[in-house]
Design a protein around this ligand. Sequence first.
Ligand code: G3I
Ligand code: 9MR
Ligand code: ZN
Length: 533
Amino acid sequence: MSRTAQINLNQIGYRPGDEKRATVRCAEAGTAFCVINTETGKIVFEGVTDHCSERGSSGDSVCYADLSSVSTPGRYKVLAGKDMESFEFVISDDVYDRPLKDSLKMLYLQRCGTKLPEEYAGDFAHKVCHTEMAKIYGKTGYMEVSGGWHDAGDYGRYTVPGAKAIADLLLAYELFPDSFDDDCKIPESGNGIADVLDEARFELEWLHKMQFSDGSVSHKVTGLDFDGFIMPDECTEKMYVLPASKTATADFAAVMYMAGRVYKDIDEAFSARCISAADRALQAYIDHRGDDEYTNPADVLTGEYRDECSEDEYLWAICEGYRTTADKRFESLLDTVDLSVIKNDGFGWDDMSGYAYYAYLAADTPMKTELDLKGRFYKMCDNAMNTSFYNEAYGSSLADDYAWGSNMYIANNGMALLLASSLEYNKDYELAAKRQLDYIFGNNPCSYCFLTGYGTNAPLNPHHRPSVALGKPMKGMLVGGADSFLEDDCAKEALSQTPKAKCYIDCSESYSCNEITIYWNSPLVFLLAGFKR
Ligand code: G3I
Ligand code: 9MR
Ligand code: ZN
């Protein structure tokens, strides 16, 4: 099923001025290589491979070919040694334009509670889904919570990962507004507002519905169990609104504060509605601070998004609240945060501290605090960069930890580095960030371009209900990638003897390797927007 290549590189390609590195397997340093223009058949560059250490978890012995000096737009491939050959790749200024549009368009295709007409959705068109009232779990009433995006390969709609996805889109727009257009062929295209903001608003409108009257926010709306591999309009599982959670409530507050800022000049009334909803959620979080974190009731089998610590989400809400409103009350709230209980820094879905640190640092005037939020932020970024540089071959920013959704952690690290560089330009951060994109698009030990529909060797069998139902992979989805913990039967069976960074299988039954989610696409949207400039 899989094709492993002897030479791995970004299968989509590079912009003319980018660093371009191909990882050559099983070759000595000094092996001759050349770059061929596949349209003319002419050799455009010859060189020898350089020594490099692959200290990552691939088990590969490699060296690399530096093709950076090839900068003329065109289609190329690399040949090395006697018979090694890479996949084809493109060099052009706009090489990331279509991947960006399609990874954003994927969110449109995940829309719930609305009909997806063929005009916009092509083969993935479907009738309206999930519009019936959802039963409030454990209570007597019902709630109208239609809308939002299907989370992933399943049809659940979960607040916490939804908040992460929105945050990535809004940050991408705030930093790189010129990378976004109004012509992604979604219903709102042409309305004068960048499609990325229309798409984020679709999820935000749903999130508003997930807020209970006391300000707290439901953890999710799903069936008791997952539906089968059917189209969304054929689902029969009865929907439930699950109880509020501390993580959902604080995440809601944080993204609503963000939205209050980003939509201020676009729709003043919407912006005000977001800020007041955020205020109510933050208060509800404070009122419930001593409560336990969310766990699934025994009869609920859908995604749990279990997170033992909501202090990072709380910190995030405070930092966004302050950045948006400059209200001094957030400074006092910051004094109540216990940074020591936040163990892992990152960009979610469970570790939201990265967003908090960035919001704190990006505020017009910083909050006064004893907490070393700046130190924590740069430590996280330096760690990602150093790990990437240490893993010279594939440039992965992950040390030994290939967990479920490893591609998200890779993309998140790239995003962290670009965020840091936006505060203060840093060439090395940008280079390491770009290497994360190159990893995702094919310079990885699995030889896959992990974005469906792109590159030569892309996943064909994602764990995604519409793709399975229609028998074809939807385009523009980032799959989870290597997961060395072998968390489904398919992975257990196929990958038990495999080096950590190669624990990936393109099989639709492998949800721990080959599912897709809105919040794995969203940091990719951010990265691509950052590199489209
Ligand atoms: O926190 C530990 C960390 O300390 C440890 O180093 C690492 C390796 O063991 O594991 C970490 O926990 C992991 C956790 O994610 C947080 O990263 C778990 O092992 C891992 O099983 C867990 O995977 C999550 C998975 O649901 C199962 O809960 C994925 O992140 C999450 O993306 C995924 O989400 C599912 C939804 O439930 C349902 N919808 C689809 C979606 C994507 O597959
Ligand atoms: O399809 C489900 C996927 O979205 C989840 O990430 C995964 C883990 O919760 O579960 C998948 O559903 C499987 C369920 O857990 C067990 N029975 C088979 C289901 C489909 O593979
Ligand atoms: Zn739906």
